[in-house]
Design a protein around this ligand. Structure first.
Ligand code: ADP
Ligand code: MG
Length: 554
């Protein structure tokens, strides 16, 4: 046995250890951050992403870019998760979170080279992150839930730099109204806000409908187009005769028997409609199908019905009208019906939709977003999603921070002070953390075409003098009071970004061994177009698949 090597791993597997593993992961992580960096802030640029099917997305939204990029490297994927967490928790700040992670990794690389152990680094980063939370909470501004002005500002800040910006006054008040409308004792669930995209018209003509709009038409032409003071039945059962489960064979020996069979089916369908009629339903929304014969009877009774309504819409309809979703027609009662002052089929942007409005307490609302083209409306929708998120979070927490890198500057200063009290090697890590946070003001300045060093120095000197709310106006390049300017963001956008960025950076740093079952570098560099700065005109959009290989470029 003596000299024979012991083979533990299969031939295909690849192993990278120690410093090599660390630097490979750091490089991959940094590359992801680098990819979204140019989109940060009001003057950030957009990215055009083309998938393998050729469909195009033009966006400024961090998490969307990363999801569309189809990243393969495992460490790079951890950064994508940071963006995803940010999106789920807050809805905004995805680019910020990713850029900070990149900054943390960048700083860590320098310290690792100076032989600071990764564990020490991780420890220092963790300490710095919890101190950051404290500093941010200290400078946060309290907002009451009926401070309309600040809520509008919060909504508008989340839209700056995105496709929605041109109409941000109109849109931000729609967003605030929508979030307020769906708030109830259980909290705020923005899933109750439906966004209905309409191509045609301008963004300014977007509107909020207190109620639900469904992209369906009446199921039968003889049904009324509109019903007023409607009693609404919401079903998740089909108005059809169930097919028998087993393959039954019915032998029909004479025509009369067949007729009898059909008559019986018809009678059953009629009975279903009669039941709906008996409880007083004027409108029926059905998640499943409605048989032709049932449609006929419904129309005859003057009932407006729609079939194959999406499950999410069924839920919203029930919530808006106060109906109970009925799964079995046999036990439907009058009390199960909901109410809407108006149910009507109308044409919006060349497509018929059913509007359910004038509900007593619209706990479910629909926002009609208009825009010139599909790409425009899609990007407006993403901005609206961010905006809905920040308004929800503000109503939940009641705490905001000024924007324009004001909190980041304050944070970097505070952390450097704190570092002195930490001592030891961790002190270096805390200082590195502060340097990493500076990536935000620097990037904001760079993207606005300003000199990052000048901006950073100016910001620091104002904050040193105690001006906590001073930030960088990305439009003019001036250093101004951001709170007075109305550029505000929820506290949670920043605390969450720092928390997830730290977690991801620490996780990546602590890895000293990568054992891959397959070839890691295989799917990475697919062609020579692995440069992260997508060249204008993109020397081969087909190279997008190669985005997964950005690690290889560095
Ligand atoms: P994220 O995905 O992180 O939200 P954004 O592209 O939305 O990225 O940029 C957010 C950053 O832009 C925040 O730091 C915010 O403070 C800043 N910002 C927003 N509006 C302004 C403004 N008018 N002037 C300066 N900075 C702004
Ligand atoms: Mg944003």
């Amino acid at each position: 046995m003596g000299n024979q090597p012991l083979i533990v791993l299969s031939e295909d597997s690849q192993r990278t250890s120690g410093r090599d593993a660390q630097s490979m992961n750091i490089t991959a992580g940094k590359a992801v951050a680098e990819a979204v960096r140019t989109t940060l802030g009001p003057k950030g640029m957009d990215k055009m992403l083309v998938d393998s099917m050729g469909s195009v997305v033009v966006t400024n939204d961090g998490v969307t870019i990363l999801k569309e990029m189809d990243i393969e490297h495992p460490a790079a994927n951890m950064i994508v998760e940071v963006a995803q967490t940010q999106e789920d928790e807050v809805g905004d700040g995805t680019t910020t979170a990713v850029v900070i992670t990149g900054g943390l990794l960048q700083q860590a690389e320098d310290l690792l080279e100076q032989d600071i152990h990764a564990t020490t680094l991780a420890q220092g980063y963790r300490q710095a992150a919890s101190k950051s939370k404290e500093i941010l909470e200290n400078i946060a501004i309290d907002v009451s839930e009926d401070d309309e002005e600040i809520l509008n500002q919060i909504a508008a800040t989340a839209m700056t730099g995105k496709g929605a910006e041109s109409a941000k006054d109109t849109l931000s008040s729609l967003v605030v109204d929508a979030v307020r409308a769906v708030a109830d004792d259980d909290g705020i669930d923005t899933d109750n806000i439906k966004v209905e995209k309409v191509i045609g018209g301008s963004i300014d003509e977007s509107e909020l409908v207190e109620g639900v709009i469904i992209s369906k038409t009446r199921v039968h032409d003889n049904m009324p187009y509109a019903v007023e003071d409607a009693n609404v039945a919401v079903l998740d059962q089909a108005l059809e005769i169930k097919e028998t489960e087993i393959d039954a064979e019915v032998n029909v020996t004479d025509p009369a028997q067949l007729q009898q069979f059909l008559d019986q089916e018809e009678a059953q369908l009629k009975e279903m409609v009669d039941k709906l009629k008996a409880v007083g339903a004027d409108v029926v929304f059905c998640q499943k199908g409605i048989d032709d014969m049932a449609q006929h009877y419904l129309a005859k009774e003057g009932i407006l019905a729609a079939r194959r309504v999406k499950k999410s819409d069924i839920k919203r309809l029930a919530r808006a009208t106060g109906a109970r979703v009925v799964s079995n027609l046999d036990d439907i009662e009058e009390a199960d019906l909901g109410f809407a002052g108006s149910v009507a089929e109308r044409d919006v942007g060349g497509k018929d939709r059913i509007f359910v409005e004038d509900v007593k307490e619209a706990k479910s609302v629909t926002m009609i977003l208009r825009g010139g083209t599909e790409h425009v409306v899609d990007e407006v929708e993403r901005a609206i999603e961010d905006s809905l998120g920040v308004v929800r979070v503000t109503l939940e927490d009641g705490k905001v921070l000024p924007g324009g890198a004001a909190p980041e500057t304050e944070l970097a200063l505070g952390l450097r002070d704190y570092a002195d009290s930490v001592g030891g090697r961790e002190q270096l890590a805390v200082e590195a953390f502060a340097d990493a946070i500076d990536v935000i003001p620097r990037t904001l300045a760079e993207n606005a075409g300003l000199d990052p060093i000048d901006s950073l120095v100016n910001l620091r000197s104002k904050h040193d003098a105690g001006e906590q709310t001073t930030g960088l106006d990305a439009y003019t390049g001036d250093i101004i009071d951001m709170e007075a300017e109305g550029v505000v963001e929820p506290l949670r956008v920043k605390t969450q970004a720092i928390e997830s960025a730290t977690e991801a950076a620490v996780m990546i740093l602590r890895i000293d061994d990568v054992i891959a079952a397959g070839d890691l570098s295989g799917g990475q560099v697919t062609d020579d177009d692995d440069d992260m700065d997508m060249p204008p005109g993109g020397g081969g959009m087909g190279g997008m698949g190669g985005m997964g290989g950005m690690g290889g470029a560095m």
